[in-house]
Design a binder for this molecule. Structure first.
Ligand code: 3H9
Length: 697
């Protein structure tokens, strides 16, 4: 028998134990071990009831994702489940931690399920571009009915044990934290009371009740809006519907066929890359695992504007007190008012309670003086992008903050080393670049300066986790990883409009690729003044930043969504960008001033110029060691800029297209247009010459 699954007996209970860290995933050894242990239990005359339980932190968390894309080794999971369900002795699953995907399907193949109160169950396959492929789409609806099964399977959301009990997914929820004990007690009861085998496949009442229901079409229609561009959610609906139109075994076959379609989809590859990349980014190259991490139990924030307020909420949400400093009382009151409003809105939507609103607000203290930072473990500066002001602030922080306090800047572009130079403790200075809205966006781009200590790097990565962000550690350069690439895309998008495209044409190409919004809609969201100020700052420091029609918008106070007009116009209460002839006129006037005769531009050219310029820049970022791995760049783009996760991130996407195709285009545009941005990256050239991809690095 495989050592990851063992069989032994406790009285009349035959116990099958899975022990395959970290999450007991259903790799080949586990699948074959389960079958062997089942057969042992069936052959054991003393065992009246069989109990399936897991060691470690969780019940089975699903199929072993690392095996996907490789040839399948027998026994396949659906077969294992069929044999469990067909067992002549009752089989009980005892669930702790998370029973997910194939893990929940395994439990559904058992005849009874008992869970700890802290356990969660779910079928999250859709998040990996798949559908439950081991009977989940056929068995779950037999317990919950169509609507709830569709909800769980198309969202992938987890359900807590008490709710799972209400829904009939588990049969009992027990207090305690020793799952083996809880499972054994439940199994002994089954022996004493002589519980029969009870197969989910034989349950018919929920299937009969929902036969012919319109709920399937209702979900399809909703998904057209919610799951734009995605493949597997629609297949999930088809699979669940089969539970209501086909006999059980045929339903399983239909599920298998649809599962295979999803498995073959490039979206599956992209989403699984994103899943592992999200976990890999926390393992920073060159940073020892045992690097000490400083305690961060209180935080100071400078600036109560949109950014500072959002950042403060992140800390208050996890119980860390925040001191929020502004220059003027009026600005402080306004900032605190907006934070309260945001919390009240969450309470209205039922996401938090009114008591939580008050608790979180109580953790945020406003102040007008830096003296209140003297006890803070970390201070984050979140004022606008101006180097002189930032340096002045850091010099003041250096004077006030206690030794060992981390001094962080939320700058989105500026040189961390120059900021650090205003202090006598550059080892404690670091960038913590939050993305707007900072209380919502999951990315935290942590920027290491040349002197930032390992301890500080490890601490900001730990802080990211603590406040439920995905932290990526990157190097120091203009715009770091995200904005450096974004600005190349932005400049190209501007050039395309100058040459004849419309902002909405550019945006449509980007949203068709899967971005939630295009370049220009994003400028309107961020505020036209933000980019304008950055350009002015660069112009003031002597850089040659060309004039643009966006400058004209800023000068006319068309600042984006906040003034109801920017590149687009907006109607009261709506964020929908509406093309505005007034902007067409501004663009036209700008072209005339610049002596440009507009031409027709194809969508393909827009796609190549906006995306390949970013890939070329991404390659330079890797070449310079600003990002350690291409997956770091992918995660920055997925969580910071809404790059579609199902394409795996821009660098993964580039690998799928083929780096030779990209290099050819980059060279063509370099010949035609010139400019540093199109100078082919040496790394890109080398990878193409060696027949390798970013993922091979
Ligand atoms: C499926 O089941 C298909 C079936 O329907 C049909 C089949 C025919 N496989 O997230 P963490 C690793 S599809 C392999 O940091 P947490 C993970 O990479 C699957 N490895 O911990 C990490 O490794 P490392 C459906 C996996 O406590 C380590 O475990 N299931 C798998 O924050 C710890 O993970 C899912 O989609 C896996 N399935 O969260 C569940 N899962 O330490 C996916 C995790 O080397 N998993 N690893 O970086 C999760 O949602 C979370 O990992 C979980 C734990 C909630 C379980």
């Amino acid at each position: 028998m495989s050592e990851v699954v063992t069989y032994n007996r406790d009285g009349s209970v035959g116990v099958i134990t899975v022990n395959y860290p970290p999450v007991n995933a259903l790799g080949h050894a586990v699948r074959s071990g389960l079958l062997a242990a089942l057969n042992q239990g069936l052959a054991d005359a003393e065992a009246k009831v069989l109990l399936l339980v897991c060691e470690g932190r969780t019940f089975i968390a699903g199929a072993d994702i690392r095996e996907f894309g490789k040839p399948i080794q027998e026994p396949v999971l659906p077969e294992v489940m069929n044999q469990f369900e067909n067992s002549s002795k009752p089989v009980i699953a005892a669930i702790h931690g998370t029973a997910l995907g194939g893990g929940l399907e395994t439990a559904l193949g058992c005849h009874y399920r008992v869970a700890l109160g802290s356990a969660k169950v779910g079928l999250p396959e859709v998040k990996l571009g798949l559908l439950p492929g081991a009977g989940g789409t056929q068995r779950l609806p037999r317990l919950t009915g169509a609507r709830k099964a569709l909800e769980m399977i198309t969202t992938g959301d987890f359900v807590a044990a008490p709710q799972a009990l209400e829904l009939g997914i588990v049969d009992a929820v027990e207090a305690g934290d020793d799952i083996r004990e809880v499972g054994l007690a439940y199994a002994r009861k089954a022996v004493e009371e002589g519980w029969p085998v009870r197969r989910v496949r034989d349950l018919t009442d929920k299937v009969e009740a929902d036969k012919g229901s319109e709920v399937f079409d209702e979900f399809r229609a909703a998904l057209e809006k919610k799951a734009r561009g995605l493949f597997s959610p629609f297949k999930c609906v088809d699979a669940v519907e089969a539970a209501f139109t086909l006999p059980f075994d045929e339903g399983l076959q239909r599920e298998r066929a649809l599962f295979s379609e999803c498995m073959a989809s490039p979206q599956r590859a992209g989403l699984i890359h994103a899943f592992f990349a999200e976990r890999e980014v926390s393992k920073v190259k060159g940073l020892a695992k045992d690097t000490p991490v400083r305690d961060v139990n209180s935080v100071g924030i400078i600036g109560a504007g949109t950014m500072g307020g959002g950042i403060a909420m992140n800390f208050a949400n996890v119980g860390i007190p925040v001191t929020l400093v502004e220059v003027k009382q009026e600005a402080l009151d306004k900032g605190l008012g907006i934070i309260r409003k945001n919390y009240e809105n969450s309470a209205k939507k039922g996401r938090i309670s009114q008591q939580q609103v008050e608790e979180r607000m109580a953790l945020i203290t406003g102040s007008l003086t830096y003296d209140d930072f003297k006890d803070a473990d970390m201070v984050i500066e979140a004022v606008f992008e101006n180097m002189a002001i930032k340096k002045e602030i850091f010099a003041k922080l250096d004077a006030v903050c206690k030794p060992g306090a981390i001094l962080a800047s939320n700058t989105s572009t500026l040189d961390i080393d120059e900021i650090a130079s205003a202090t006598a403790r550059p080892q404690d200075v670091v960038g913590m670049h939050f993305f707007s809205p900072a209380n919502v966006m999951k990315l935290l781009e942590n920027v290491r300066g040349s002197q930032t200590s390992d301890e500080v790097k490890a601490t900001v990565m730990a802080v990211a986790k603590k406040i439920k962000k995905v932290g990526v550690l990157v190097g120091n350069c203009y715009g770091f990883v995200g904005n450096r690439m974004l600005h190349k895309r932005g400049a190209e998008a501007m050039a395309l409009v100058n040459e004849g495209a419309t902002p909405q044409q550019v945006d449509k190409v980007l949203t068709d690729l899967g971005y939630p919004m295009g370049q220009f809609a994003m400028s309107d969201l961020a505020g036209i003044d933000v980019g304008y100020r950055i350009r002015q700052e660069r112009r003031n420091s002597g850089e040659d930043v060309p004039l643009s029609w966006l400058d004209k918008l800023a000068e006319q106070d068309r600042l984006g969504q906040k003034t109801m007009a920017g590149v687009y116009r907006y109607e009261e209460g709506s964020r929908k960008p509406i093309p505005d002839p007034a902007v067409d006129a501004i663009i036209e006037e700008f072209r005339k001033e610049q002596g440009i005769t507009p031409r027709q531009i194809t969508d393909q050219e827009i796609l190549e110029r906006c995306m390949f310029v970013m890939i070329n820049e991404g390659a330079k970022i890797l070449e310079e060691g600003i990002a350690d791995r291409s997956l770091d760049i992918d995660i920055v783009w997925i969580y910071g800029y809404g790059f579609p996760a199902y394409r795996g991130g821009p660098m993964f996407w580039a690998d799928q297209i083929g780096l030779d195709t990209i290099l050819n285009a980059v060279e063509k545009y370099y010949d035609e247009l010139g400019g540093d941005q199109w100078q082919p990256s040496a790394l890109l050239k080398k990878l193409v010459a060696d027949g390798r991809s970013f993922g091979d690095l």
